[in-house]
Each structure stands twice: as structure tokens, then as C-alpha cells.
Design a protein around this ligand. Structure first.
Ligand code: ADP
Ligand code: MG
Ligand code: MG
Length: 502
């Protein structure tokens, strides 16, 4: 047996057992003790100086960042004046993730507890209260939206300063200190190769200190050279967006030879593989499955658009599946962010065969190009040409939607949000229903690159790339692997039992 094959088998079985450990209950047993020991909160004196510089805007600290939010809620629960508001906040969040069939029941409970008496929740405006009392029997994802806004506004003005004077805020600063500690390749154990890209390989890897599995996309510095701006764009874009439908970036660092992006691991392969290779004689998906993926893809695209980002490279190959069969968009190296005040961009970017006509014709274009590529992707998923014989998919609908999406004129193009012309298609209705429930060209062989010299400018660029831990995914990792809970045993005074919790 040749050594390469053997190496791969070993890497693979180690990978399988590492995966098992995170899927099951034994995540912590797979941790490397030496690295786990490095994840230690600093003495308060060591992090105190960050009090004024730390990210402490209400929305970021108390709502978006998982650890910040948890500590803020712990503070609210410890204070009699805010206890009820916190309980309502958590109940509203529960409602948002409650299955549809239990929603009415859940809403009724919340109304009884907080809206009928309204003793403790004087911050809720009369109008919102009346609406919810009238409306709570209808299943609506945004039932509590207005109330939640009022609640958060209230907490921002009434509870935030108290929080910032409490021990919980000091704890937040300690975590932020820990979050900003540099980490490097030593913190990750590499397993098998998940795929190959234009600038290097993507490996499965495990963060040693927590046991969490990730995908490590390694970009070869020498091979990257001319296209390094793309690496920066990919990193910045990934770090900016946080969606269940886009791979998230947890760490960005460099080694002597590579730039590394550590991201959500997607074990299920890409959609291209599932369309063509799983059942070669019968490519494509049935309608339900195509709708399921389309809905998730649309959620991903719309999240990007909300952040003023045009994806530009949607194709089955860039849509990856996880263990549970859900999909996320990946490979954001061709994305572009529209600067404030600008609504269009230029430049022929994308994959031939998928790109909309505007970029090809060197015209200005906007977000609608992503709906064109969605059309081509959907076309492949439902295999418009093949299904005539092999499948009983409502051909006409599928074809009509693809054509609507692949409309040459971007103004007439089907765009899902403001477009009425799509209403008649049942497939589109199905996609929209699925959406509602969701409230859920490679460069080939690697040749060694000679004669590339790394200069001072390169190093500046590499430093810009290597920004380290990305707050939200890092905090999620600390919470879901239990590290956050374990670190509660630390107090500002030293390694004493926690005196924060009653
Ligand atoms: P490139 O930008 O060079 O095309 P990609 O980001 O597409 O690189 O990654 C190359 C390949 O690596 C993908 O086609 C896929 O097979 C695999 N891959 C990329 N990201 C992940 C991930 N997060 N999880 C699992 N596999 C991945
Ligand atoms: Mg790719
Ligand atoms: Mg790419």
C-alpha cells in the first residue's frame, strides 16, 4: 500500500472519531488538556484597561454577541427591577423558535403572563399590547416584533448603565480579553482533506481547546499573490455576516506558508455532487427537495443583500450541505460590498454559464444578478431538460420560474420580494411556504510555484488578513462546548467559587 493512501485512511478514521466526539456528549473528553488550560479568564486587573475601548454598544454587546447577551441577561435576572423584562424577552425568543403547531398556545401563555395584567411591563406601548391581544391566535413569525423593539429600547435606556457598573460587565471584559488573544495553527488539529480550491486545500480540523470541528481553508501565500485582494474580501465578507445559511468564519490567521480561514464545517458535500453524482442515471431533485434548498439559498442571498453584499458566484458547487442536510452558501471570494450611497457596480465576475447578462455586457448591475444565478442553479436542481421523461415534476412551473429568474432585463427579473409576476407559479408558492417555515472553475493540479518573493507590502497584507478570532462565532463555540459555563468558577479576586450567582 502506498504511504499516501495509508495516511489518508489514518487521517480519516481519526476524523471520524473526532466527529463522533462533538456530535455526542463527550465533546469535552476529546479536548487537548494543554490547550484547554490556556483558555483561562485573566485577572481582572489585566483586562480592566479594556473598559473604555471594548465593544460596548447596546445592540452589539447585549443583543448580538452570545456571551455579552448571556451576561446581560444574568444581570437583569439578578435585579428585581428588570427580572420580568428579562423573562418576557426570553419568552419572546422562545416563541420565535417554537414549532408552528404550538405557537398559538405559547402566545396565549405570554399574553396571560405579561399582557393581560401589564403590571410589570409598562414599557409596552398600548398599541402593541392591543394588537397582540387581538392577533395572538394567528400564527405569525413577527407577532412580538414591535414589543421586542420596545422592550430592548427600554432595557437600553434603563438597564444598560446598571449593567456597565456591575460585575457582569467586568466578566464580559474578561471574555473579550480572552477572545482577543492571538491563536495560531498549533491550536488546530488537521484531519482529512474536504476539498480543493484554486489556492489550496480545505481540511477538516478540530479546535484543540474546545473540541469543536471546523473546516480550515488554507490559501497558499505564493499561489495567491496576484489575487490576494480576493482573500481579504472573502475574509471581511465572511466575518461580517452571521446567518444559518452562510458558512461562518470563526478564525483567520496565518502560517509561514498559508493564510487560513477556519469556518463552519459542511460534511455533506456540495449540491453539484448531489445533483449529478449521487444517482448518475437520474440527476436532479424532486420538487420538495429543490424547494427546500432554494428557500435556504434565498435566505442566504437575502442576508448578504441586507449587508449590501452581492454574492456573484451562486452555483450548485458553492452550496454546501451539513450532516443534517441543511445548506449554506460558501466561497465568498467573488462577493462585492456596495459602498454607502452606491447602488450599482461593474465588472465581469462570476462563473461562465451562470453569470447574468449585465456583467458580461460590461453594464452596471446590482443585487438582481444573484437571482439570475439562482435561476440557473434551480434549473440544474430540477433538471428541466431531463425531467420530461423521467419525472412527474410540474414541468411548466419549474421552467417558468427559471425563466422568470433568468430574465435578461434585470428590471423584469423575478426577485422574490417585490415581484408580483411570480405569484401564479405553484413551485414559487412552495418555495415561499418553505421560506415561511424557516423563520428556518478550479485551477486544477497544484504546481509548486517558484520565484515568488514575499516583500514588506505582502506582510502588511498578511497582517490585515490575520485578524484572529471572530467575536460571534468564537463566543458561540465557548458556549456550545461548555467552556463558558466552566469559566464561571472564576471571580475577579482569584480562583474562588463564583459569587455572582445567587
Ligand atoms: P475556492 O475559492 O478556491 O474555489 P472553495 O471555498 O470553493 O475554494 O473550497 C474548495 C472546496 O473545499 C469546495 O469545493 C468544497 O469541496 C471544500 N470546502 C470549502 N469550504 C468548506 C467547508 N466549510 N466545509 C466543508 N468543505 C468545504
Ligand atoms: Mg469554489
Ligand atoms: Mg473562491
Amino acid at each position: 500500500m502506498d504511504m499516501g493512501v495509508l495516511q489518508n485512511i489514518v487521517a480519516n478514521s481519526a476524523y471520524v472519531s473526532a466527529r463522533g466526539s462533538v456530535d455526542g456528549t463527550a465533546a469535552s473528553t476529546m479536548r487537548d488538556k494543554k490547550f484547554r488550560a490556556k483558555l483561562k479568564l485573566p485577572h481582572i486587573k489585566k483586562s480592566e484597561h479594556m473598559k473604555t475601548t471594548v465593544d460596548s454598544g447596546f445592540d452589539s454587546m447585549c443583543v448580538k454577541q452570545p456571551i455579552g447577551k448571556r451576561l446581560f441577561q444574568q444581570y437583569l435576572e439578578s435585579d428585581a427591577t428588570h427580572k420580568n423584562a428579562c423573562e418576557l424577552w426570553k419568552d419572546m425568543e422562545d416563541y420565535n423558535i417554537t414549532q408552528e403547531k404550538y405557537r398559538v398556545q405559547k402566545a396565549q401563555k405570554i399574553v396571560n403572563k405579561f399582557y393581560e395584567s401589564k403590571i410589570f411591563c409598562s414599557f409596552l406601548e398600548e398599541k402593541a399590547v392591543t394588537r397582540i391581544k387581538e392577533d395572538h391566535n394567528n400564527i405569525r413569525g413577527d407577532l412580538f416584533k414591535k414589543s421586542e423593539q420596545q422592550l430592548l429600547k427600554h432595557l437600553e435606556t434603563k438597564a444598560m448603565s446598571g449593567f456597565k457598573n456591575s460585575m457582569y460587565f467586568l466578566r464580559y471584559i474578561q471574555f473579550k480579553w480572552l477572545e482577543t488573544q492571538p491563536i495560531d495553527e498549533d491550536w488546530f488539529m488537521d484531519f482529512r482533506v474536504l476539498g480543493k480550491g484554486g489556492f489550496g486545500e480545505v481540511h477538516a480540523c478540530q479546535m484543540k481547546a474546545t473540541g469543536k470541528m471546523y473546516a480550515n481553508k488554507k490559501l497558499d501565500k505564493k499561489r495567491l499573490k496576484k489575487q490576494r485582494l480576493r482573500a481579504i474580501v472573502e475574509k471581511r465578507t465572511l466575518a461580517k455576516v452571521h446567518s444559518r445559511f452562510i458558512v461562518s468564519l470563526a478564525y483567520a490567521f496565518q502560517t509561514k506558508t498559508n493564510l487560513c480561514l477556519v469556518m463552519t464545517i459542511m460534511n455533506g458535500g456540495d449540491l453539484r455532487f448531489h445533483i449529478y453524482n449521487v444517482d448518475e442515471k437520474n440527476p436532479g431533485f424532486d420538487e420538495t427537495r429543490a424547494c427546500f434548498y432554494s428557500a435556504q439559498i434565498i435566505m442566504g442571498i437575502e442576508h448578504l443583500h441586507q449587508h449590501r453584499i452581492i454574492y456573484r458566484d451562486l452555483k450548485p458547487e458553492n452550496v454546501l450541505l451539513d450532516d443534517a442536510g441543511h445548506v449554506r452558501l460558501s466561497d465568498l471570494g467573488l462577493a462585492v460590498e456596495l459602498p454607502p450611497g452606491k447602488d450599482k457596480t461593474k465588472g465581469y465576475v462570476g462563473t461562465p454559464g451562470f453569470v447574468a447578462p449585465e456583467p458580461i455586457e460590461h453594464k452596471e448591475y446590482d443585487y438582481t444578478v444573484d437571482y439570475f444565478t439562482l435561476g440557473v442553479t434551480l434549473y440544474e436542481m430540477i433538471q428541466v431538460e431531463n425531467t420530461e421523461v423521467q419525472r412527474q415534476v410540474p414541468q411548466k412551473d419549474g421552467k417558468a420560474i427559471c425563466e422568470g429568474l433568468m430574465e435578461k432585463d434585470p428590471v423584469k427579473r423575478l426577485g422574490f420580494k417585490n415581484n408580483e409576476s411570480g405569484k401564479k407559479y405553484t413551485l414559487l408558492k412552495k418555495i415561499k411556504e418553505t421560506l415561511k417555515q424557516h423563520n428556518v472553475t478550479r485551477m486544477g493540479a497544484f504546481s509548486f510555484i517558484k520565484g515568488v518573493v514575499i516583500d514588506a507590502k505582502d506582510n502588511e497584507f498578511y497582517d490585515d488578513f490575520s485578524s484572529g478570532n471572530v467575536p460571534i462565532p468564537w463566543q458561540e463555540e465557548m458556549m456550545e462546548t461548555g467552556v463558558f459555563g466552566e469559566l464561571k468558577l472564576w471571580t475577579p479576586g482569584g480562583n474562588l467559587p463564583d459569587d455572582l450567582d445567587p
